[in-house]
Design a protein. Sequence first.
Length: 70
Amino acid sequence: MLSSLLDATGGDGDAVAEVFASGAWKHGAASKVLPPEVYSSLFEVIEQPEVKTVTRIDPKFLPAKKGGAQ
């Protein structure tokens, strides 16, 4: 990855630093610097099922109303 970025930026260390992230590479920034064929060889898209949200709330898990039961 680093060598591909250095090649794509002509050795510009500042441009390469713009692609760093905490513990990983910024894939969006890398896609702007690297040629598409190099980018696609270094990154892959993994699709995951959609996360569903809970639409029903069980009242026994809600906090008790102030002033006691009514």
